[in-house]
Design a protein around this ligand. Structure first.
Ligand code: SAH
Length: 237
């Protein structure tokens, strides 16, 4: 089954964006994953094709109208023979923070439907009525959900089977074992007077593994002690 992403957005021209390049782009061309977009504005009914309105209760900005967005979402569910039952994610700073664990879970499924918010966000009733799962990419506010959707997809697509050339290059990475990755080096042996740590060129694989694990633990303790406590990213291996 091909992993299929359907993006609901007011800016379909932002897709596939950077995912048309490099390994993700080649995989898209080969049909190892699929992407389609739905223009939310196509479901507006008035002459001006209005998609937003002022917030109930007052305040700044505009809110995406629930009736228009619900129609757009339903149009996907009704024609979803290719990948039925996909999770419906709403990119949102109020959502559950995206983790590598969630990325793995999504990559193991048939695909995703992603709704990109704009303005002040979307009417709560469409979140509740259409069972949208809010996902955040971090504690900061973007102007729209599109870069967040591209970020989530980037993380998912790179771990789909056959997308990364060297399957093993995924195994030691940051978060895969609840740790940040160890430092990396490549030739030349000496760069501006700094040498590659001797153990890495020793050919002793057990010693290399031990060094890498120790460095990963040290780095994680320094930078992300929250990871070691298991609070933010549960250790899975
Ligand atoms: N008023 C909202 C922010 C709206 S930002 C609030 O304070 O919560 C406009 C849109 O950008 C959102 O609807 C969402 O789709 C997207 N967005 C902004 N920041 C995001 C983040 N950190 N993660 C995921 N999506 C985000």
């Amino acid at each position: 089954m091909t992993f299929r992403a359907t993006i609901l957005t007011l800016y379909p021209e932002m897709f596939p964006g950077h995912l048309a390049l490099s390994l993700a782009g080649k995989a898209l061309e080969r049909g190892q994953w699929a992407l389609d977009t739905v223009q939310i504005r196509d479901f507006a009914q008035d002459r001006h094709r209005t998609v937003d309105d002022t917030p109930a209760g007052g305040g700044a900005g505009m809110v995406l109208k629930p009736d228009i967005l619900a129609k757009a979402i339903d149009s996907v569910s009704e024609n979803d023979d290719l990948a039925p039952g996909r999770p419906r994610l709403l990119m949102s700073p109020r959502g559950k923070p995206l983790t590598q664990e969630k990325v793995r879970e999504l990559a193991a499924g048939g695909g995703v439907v992603i709704i990109c918010g704009r303005f002040e966000g979307v009417d709560q009733r469409v979140i509740d009525g259409r069972n949208l799962e809010e996902v955040s990419i971090g504690d900061y506010v973007l102007s729209g959900g599109e870069p967040a959707a591209l970020t989530l997809l980037d993380a998912v697509v790179r771990i789909l089977p056959g997308v990364m050339g060297n399957a093993l290059s995924g195994t030691h990475e940051s978060f895969e074992n609840g740790l940040l990755e160890h430092p990396q080096y490549t030739r030349p042996q000496v760069f501006e007077g700094r040498e590659i740590p001797a153990v890495l060129t020793s050919g002793n694989h057990a010693a290399i593994e031990k060094w890498r694990l120790e460095e990963a633990k040290k780095l994680t303790a320094e930078r992300r002690p929250d990871l070691l406590s298991g609070k933010t990213h549960p250790v899975t291996k």
